[in-house]
Design a protein around this ligand. Structure first.
Ligand code: IMP
Ligand code: MG
Length: 181
């Protein structure tokens, strides 16, 4: 299975970067309580590693977003599921996202969370593909910006999947872009 996958960022590179981000986020929220929202399922592994690098008084909730793209009809359907009722009002919220690609999923989710009046709302993304953006949203922290031509490859591993496969790989890898996403 691994033969099809080329390594893009190794386990060690990821660990170093996650520790750096944890430090930056810890400084940014110093003295405050933090509500971490992990976007499932792609940021499962990233969220688990990141929270262990943020020694603050924090809570973790998991959010599930389903985006169904019906390009031909020009329709985008997004459904949000919270694992448990998430208290957002007046909280300092850190949304942990896997990949920001077109930005459609993230912007939808940000709008939804803003309706619940958090005290602050910040985003930490594992991967940002800025050239693929259709909606202008920017993560506050990004572990790995991925630019052309790598943005043309499909990323898998470290929680990221292709058709639910590869999530368990300990590194971030790429496979040739599948014909159907
Ligand atoms: P978008 O920003 O709304 O286009 O969608 C981002 C979502 O698409 C991410 O949360 C991923 O689940 C998925 N995605 C985009 N590019 C990739 C990739 O290269 N590998 C795995 N999932 C991807
Ligand atoms: Mg996803």
């Amino acid at each position: 299975m691994r033969n099809e996958v080329s390594v893009l960022f190794t386990e060690e590179q990821i660990a170093r970067r996650v520790a750096e981000l944890g430090g930056e986020i810890t400084s940014a929220f110093a003295g405050r309580r933090l509500s971490v929202l992990g976007l499932m399922k792609g940021s499962l592994v990233f969220t688990a590693d990141l929270i262990r690098r943020i020694p603050l008084d924090l809570t973790v909730h998991l959010v599930r977003v389903t985006t169904q793209r019906e390009q031909a009809a020009g329709r985008v359907l997004t459904e949000i599921f919270f694992s448990t009722p998430v208290p957002l009002e007046g909280r300092d919220v850190l949304l942990v996202d896997d990949i920001v690609d077109t930005g459609i999923t993230l912007s939808y989710l940000l709008a939804h969370i803003h309706e619940h009046a958090p005290a602050s709302l910040r985003v930490c993304a594992l991967v940002d593909k800025p050239e693929s953006r259709k909606i202008d949203v920017h993560p506050d922290w990004t572990a790995f910006p991925v630019h052309e031509p790598m943005a043309d490859r499909f990323l898998v591993g470290y929680g990221l999947d292709w058709m639910e496969r590869f999530r368990g790989l300990p590194f971030l890898g790429t496979i040739s872009r599948p014909a159907v996403r």
